[in-house]
Ligand binder design. Structure first.
Ligand code: HEM
Length: 206
């Protein structure tokens, strides 16, 4: 096989990987939106396990999502300071992998167990502390899916090119990574605030 054919084949492979990833992201987003629909109509789900098992899985999901966001932001903050392309690339790629294998399953655990439990409280819209939590959850997952994940990928791509071609880090790296760290911190703040609401249930409706 000629070099040209090999390059074409690897380009086709990259394009098909990218499109399957895009399909996966849309499916994930759609599943999140659709799963809220029955709770809007006060539909009561039957629990798959004991209530406390759902609650444990829900809290585990919260730890996975919040922990991942916090550690990735702190890690990127210190990696940036080294100005070492290889350290930054390793951090960025690991953070991408953690998004896929820790944050995304964490979101699924929070969502599905949270919605099952919420249906026993009359649905997410019937109880004020629950609707406040759902609103925060939609905001943070929205920031994560629409801004943080794509930006993370763009940062990795730029740094990877700098390492491969032995050039300087992309000009936009410092501002992009700074913005990425700031928005990750906003998400962490919202998640901590959500934990506080979930535990104190401020309106006393429990
Ligand atoms: C779709 C969004 C969410 C829904 C519908 C939801 C729903 C619920 C429900 C119904 C409970 C049970 C309350 C009880 O048994 O007294 C609960 C507990 C809890 N949730 Fe959520 N939740 C959501 C998001 C989150 C998030 C994002 C976090 C944290 C990052 C979180 C952390 C917790 C914690 C720590 C508890 C235990 C509270 C306690 O036992 O006092 N939840 N959640």
């Amino acid at each position: 096989m000629s070099d040209k054919e090999e390059i074409l084949m690897s380009q086709t492979q990259v394009e098909s990987d990218q499109s399957s990833r895009i399909v996966w992201q849309h499916f994930f987003g759609l599943a999140i939106i659709l799963s809220f629909v029955p709770t809007m109509f006060e539909f009561e789900y039957s629990l798959a396990f004991e209530y406390l098992t759902h609650k444990t899985l829900h809290i585990l999901g919260g730890i996975m999502f919040t922990g991942n966001m916090l550690v990735s932001a702190v890690w990127m903050f210190f990696a940036r300071k080294t100005k070492d392309k290889n350290v930054i690339l390793f951090t960025s790629k690991t953070s991408e992998m953690l998004d896929r294998y820790v944050a995304a399953p964490g979101i699924v655990l929070i969502l599905f167990n949270g919605i099952l439990m919420a249906s026993l409280f009359g649905g997410a819209w019937e109880t004020q502390w629950l609707s406040e939590v759902v609103a925060r959850f939609v905001i943070v997952t929205g920031i994560w899916i629409l801004y943080l994940v794509p930006k993370q990928k763009a940062i990795t791509k730029g740094v990877q090119a700098a390492v491969d071609n032995n050039t300087d880090l992309p000009e936009t790296f410092l501002s992009d990574s700074k913005r990425w760290i700031i928005w990750s911190s906003v998400v962490v703040f919202f998640l901590f605030w959500t934990v506080q609401i979930m535990i104190t249930k401020p309106t006393g409706e429990f």
